[in-house]
Design a protein around this ligand. Structure first.
Ligand SMILES: NC(=O)c1ccc[n+]([C@@H]2O[C@H](COP(=O)([O-])OP(=O)(O)OC[C@H]3O[C@@H](n4cnc5c(N)ncnc54)[C@H](OP(=O)(O)O)[C@@H]3O)[C@@H](O)[C@H]2O)c1
Length: 307
């Protein structure tokens, strides 16, 4: 039996609740883990609201929140390859187990061992934001000195994209609200504060010929206002807003397999993918942790330390 936090039906924060559940029994390709740390992501509240389908395994209510975690393998399904009981692992709960819980099941093909030297807390932030950032960089054709605008640089994915881009010797300009300036500048980003200046005018002054690439994390009207700053509309890539295709750009293609997790872990060990963890909550603080992310203005990554 383990304590968990989730929701009894689709809706807003009012449908969230703590409850106890028996430890899930791992399916053939799942591992049961003792959760040490769970990462918090915008996708969590989108799943709770019922706006996103097909990613929470269609399990009965109450469902547990959370898509990513790091912890220790307690049991494994009969078809699991390459993971053993006792291993420290990190990965995705793509089969609906939820990770804001003392124990959960992870999908084994979407789970990897935590390499020596990498902290469990950092590992827990890699499945969603870390691998997304790696996918974004993989999908841009880049030469050193290329210009990139990261729209929404201060959040979990934005800071990870910016960090990787700076390491590739790109010229990185990032947008965000005032509190994100310090985080962005600390990793070598030229920052545009959208609360204090006209973003398009400021960005155009910095890169008059237009950006080689625009990576969008903010979506909506913000995406539409920055998209014309790209030299070529096809060079606008969004991570959160599929309507980017209406502007001639494209939505990021995602990889969530073990190899991709292992690669993100190596980049983290090399210091090239160093998540900025701005808040660590206990499991009892899960409501506050998700509320921070749900308000849409998170700095870096928020995590829940369960054990
Ligand atoms: N496709 C995928 O597999 C995938 C994977 C990961 C994430 N996502 C999506 O990608 C988006 C970003 O994810 P995330 O984890 O980085 O979210 P996050 O941590 O919540 O960060 C979003 C950032 O955008 C900033 N922002 C909001 N409005 C803005 C605006 N008008 N201009 C500039 N910045 C603005 C926010 O803070 P400030 O406004 O205070 O600067 C915040 O720092 C979300 O929509 C998420 O669902 C998709």
């Amino acid at each position: 039996m383990g304590h968990a936090w989730g929701f009894g039906r689709y809706g807003g924060p009012e449908v969230q609740e703590f409850f106890d559940r028996p430890d899930p029994v791992p399916g053939r390709c799942e591992v049961l883990i003792q959760v040490d740390v769970a990462g918090v992501n915008p996708l969590d509240h989108l799943l709770r609201s019922g706006l996103v389908d097909g990613l929470d395994g269609g399990r009965p209510f109450p469902r547990v929140l959370g898509m990513e975690a790091a912890g220790t393998v307690l049991a494994r399904g009969e078809d699991v390859i390459g993971l053993e009981v006792g291993d420290a692992v990190f990965g995705f709960a793509l089969t609906g187990g939820g990770t804001y819980a003392e124990t959960t099941v992870l999908s084994a093909p979407n789970t990897a061992r935590i390499p020596a030297g990498l902290s469990t807390t950092v590992a827990a932030t890699l499945p969603v934001a870390g691998t997304t950032a790696v996918d974004v960089l993989d999908q841009l054709s880049l030469t050193p000195g290329a210009t990139i605008l990261v729209n929404g640089v201060g959040g979990g994915v934005g800071l990870a994209v910016a960090r990787l881009a700076v390491a590739r010797e790109l010229r990185v300009i990032g947008t965000g609200s005032t509190a994100k300036r310090e985080h962005a500048e600390a990793i070598g980003v030229r920052f545009v504060d959208y609360t204090a200046e006209n973003v398009t005018a400021a960005a155009r002054a910095m890169v008059p010929d237009g950006f080689d690439w625009i990576v969008d994390l903010a979506g909506g009207s913000s995406l539409r206002s920055v998209a014309p700053l790209a030299q070529d509309p096809r060079n606008v890539i969004s991570v959160g807003d599929i309507s980017v295709s209406d502007l001639g750009g494209r939505f990021v293609e995602r990889r969530t397999d073990r190899e991709s997790l292992e690669r993100s872990a190596r980049l983290a060990l090399d210091g090239l993918l160093a998540p900025v963890i701005t808040a660590v909550h206990p499991l009892s603080g899960a409501p506050a942790a998700l509320a921070t992310v749900e308000n849409g203005h998170t700095a870096g990554k928020v995590v829940i330390k369960v054990t």
